[in-house]
Design a protein around this ligand. Structure first.
Ligand SMILES: NC(=O)c1ccc[n+]([C@@H]2O[C@H](COP(=O)([O-])OP(=O)(O)OC[C@H]3O[C@@H](n4cnc5c(N)ncnc54)[C@H](OP(=O)(O)O)[C@@H]3O)[C@@H](O)[C@H]2O)c1
Length: 196
């Protein structure tokens, strides 16, 4: 569960003042019909609000039992270290997939510190499903789809990896879950890693 957007449907800006974060967390509890949210993520650090105010607000939500675990989204290693002075960072949700490795250092830090890493756009918003090059050949070898191979690579990349592929179809959901059973050989893994 994450919070914190304001604006129109196609336009939103981060909002991180303590009052708003607190209100939104309580509102999310009501909307979900739960007393406590198991995992709540600060969707963006608001550059217009002191960071200590935002991190202290998250700490207060944890202390009050409104949320059980807290995470961050679209952050750097320095951001994680800073937030960790206020609360235990349970997860980090950054954009990451086979062809988009901008968060490599963050992923390594999360792996080292046992922080769950949630790659958003794990299928490159559908782009990786189309396959191409080595992805197709490895998919054929496993009687799998290119998308499944992209997910299998993610899962093999780190033990803290928690991909959240988005789909509107049950058949795709089942296919995506089945990707967890695919074991890439060391050579396949290395070839895919070089793609990025
Ligand atoms: N933290 C952030 O800032 C942030 C930003 C954006 C998104 N997110 C989150 O990231 C998650 C994933 O994002 P996303 O859904 O945009 O991107 P994505 O998971 O990379 O790709 C989703 C696209 O892939 C298709 N797809 C999924 N499984 C498939 C399959 N087995 N075969 C064929 N097509 C398949 C979907 O179409 P179908 O519906 O046809 O399956 C959809 O078009 C979401 O939970 C989203 O909330 C987070």
């Amino acid at each position: 569960m994450s919070s914190q957007a304001s604006g129109g449907p196609d336009r939103w800006t981060p909002r991180g003042d303590a009052r708003y974060l607190t209100e939104q967390a309580h509102k999310s509890c009501r909307q979900l019909g739960v007393e406590r949210i198991d995992l709540w993520q600060l969707h963006r650090i608001d550059p217009e609000v002191p960071r200590e105010e935002q991190f202290a607000a998250v700490r207060a939500l944890l202390d009050a039992g409104v949320i059980r675990h807290a995470g961050l989204s679209e952050v750097s290693v320095a951001d994680i270290k800073e937030a960790s002075r206020y609360f235990k960072v349970a997860t980090v949700q950054n954009r990451y997939n086979l062809s988009d490795r901008g968060s490599e250092a963050v992923l390594d830090y999360c792996t080292e510190h046992g922080i769950g890493f949630i790659p958003w756009y794990p299928l490159g918003a559908g782009g990786l499903i189309k396959g191409g090059s080595v992805l197709d050949r490895i998919a054929t070898a496993h009687q799998a789809t290119p998308g499944q191979i992209a997910l299998a690579w993610l899962l093999q990349r780190s033990p803290v990896m928690l991909p959240i592929p988005g789909t509107s179809k049950v058949a795709h959901l089942e296919q995506n879950v089945a990707a967890a059973a695919i074991k890439l050989t060391a050579d396949e893994y290395a070839r895919l890693t070089r793609l990025g």
